[in-house]
Design a protein around this ligand. Structure first.
Ligand SMILES: [Mg+2]
Length: 248
């Protein structure tokens, strides 16, 4: 897939990521360095979660001898779009009743603890997060997932994938309520990160969030992880750097 964003070469990306790891060392008298990570589409690829949910729906349709079961069963992670409606169209699922049923089936599962184990780590993300942590940074997982429905599953998923979590110098920050828009939440909570230290880098896959970080933390690197994002996003602020994943 082609990207409209200026992607770095592998060497440029490795150099940039290594320079961030170096900035995670705490100088004497300095405030604690913090690296901020979004989860969905940033550290983790959540498309396998959607693929698993569509397979589950396909099995349900199959048991009803529904004619569209096979279309849904053919859903593959790498062919899924950001929006479920677009993915269904790609699969040829267009009947409004089935689209409606698929969307409510998906929504009831996608935003829940018990399906987060399907997520996989983005290439290099575990190693990069560990390198930042081991060099001296505190890690803040700053996600648009909500605490009531997804907090425990997110903690478990971070642990199971091998990210530093549940140890001193790590935090998982979730929205108190799923209805709050992500960027509004991140803009409201972002300044509070100063109570634990000084942000050296913030990674996110939503251009609006990256722009917000560039404004809130002008001394830090704001990095856009070029995976998938909400359609209709604003253009990237000129200060935001682009990476495709976390491979160094
Ligand atoms: Mg995200």
């Amino acid at each position: 897939m082609t990207s409209p964003y200026p992607r770095p070469s592998k060497d440029q990306q490795a150099q940039l990521l290594r320079s961030i790891v170096e900035r995670c060392a705490r100088a004497p008298g300095d405030r604690a360095p913090i690296v901020v990570f979004d989860l969905d589409g940033t550290l983790m690829d959540n498309r396998p979660r959607t693929a698993a949910i569509l397979q589950e729906l396909a099995r349900e349709l199959h048991s009803e001898a529904h004619g569209e079961a096979e279309r849904l069963a053919s859903a593959k992670t790498e062919e899924l779009a950001y929006l479920l409606g677009d993915s269904l169209r790609r699969l040829g699922v267009e009947h409004p009743d089935l689209v409606h049923r698929a969307e409510s089936f998906w929504r009831a599962r996608f935003f829940s603890d018990s399906y987060l184990h399907h997520d996989i780590a983005l290439p290099g993300s575990v190693e990069f997060a560990r390198a930042c942590y081991e060099t001296g940074a505190s890690l803040v997982y700053f996600t648009g997932r909500d605490l009531p429905l997804m907090g425990l599953g997110s903690f478990q998923s971070l642990r199971d994938l091998g990210f530093p979590i549940g140890v001193v110098g790590t935090e998982l920050v979730c929205k108190p309520d799923a209805a709050i828009p992500d960027e509004e939440f991140k803009r409201a909570e972002g300044p509070k990160l100063s109570r634990i230290g000084r942000v050296v880098a913030a990674f996110d896959n939503e251009p609006g969030n990256c722009n917000a970080f560039a404004e809130m933390f002008p001394q830090a690197h704001s990095l856009f992880v070029d995976t998938q994002h909400l359609p209709g996003a604003p253009p990237l602020d000129g200060r935001v750097r682009v990476v495709t994943d976390f491979e160094m």
